[in-house]
Design a protein around this ligand. Structure first.
Ligand code: ADP
Length: 140
């Protein structure tokens, strides 16, 4: 397995509840290194572009409103098989279906406000990282 990078967002429910450190502890315990990290306020345009793939879904408006409702922490995570590893650590989209010990099972309150985003492929990780980070802001 190769070392790779994935893109992560700690969503507004995480910053609002002041649990970003607790989530980062789970990430680091899973042997993923936080090699880039920035706290930002996402604009509506940024959120709409980021979630463009979901624009026809009934929850799109709600999702954009939620993602812009407060600060988020955007991250680049690095490790062995990082894309799949992080998806495993995050747990299922709906926290009610997430496995014990996952971030969403431990911290999330609903399918919408589910604490974390993680890229679903290495290809998308590259695209998503480029949306939020300059090369010089990632230090492995
Ligand atoms: P994941 O984040 O697990 O990759 P998706 O790509 O399917 O999941 O969905 C993107 C995000 O859209 C989810 O993380 C969640 O915040 C939101 N979402 C997905 N399904 C729903 C839903 N049924 N109702 C409200 N929000 C949803």
């Amino acid at each position: 397995m190769a070392t790779e990078r994935t893109f992560s967002i700690l969503k507004p429910d995480a910053t609002k509840r002041n649990i970003t450190g607790a989530v980062n502890a789970v990430i680091e315990k899973a042997a993923l290194r936080i090699v880039g990290q920035r706290r930002i306020q996402m604009s509506r345009a940024q959120a709409e572009t980021f979630y463009e793939i979901h624009k026809e879904r009934p929850f799109f408006g709600e999702l954009v409103t939620f993602m812009t409702s407060g600060p988020v922490v955007v991250q680049v995570l690095e490790g062995e098989n990082a894309v799949a590893r992080y998806r495993e650590v995050m747990g299922a989209t709906n926290p009610a279906q997430a496995a014990e010990g996952t971030i969403r099972k431990t911290f999330s309150e609903s399918v919408g406000e589910n604490t974390v985003h993680g890229s679903d492929s290495a290809e998308n990780a590259k695209i998503e990282i480029a949306q939020f980070f300059e090369d010089g802001d990632i230090v492995g």
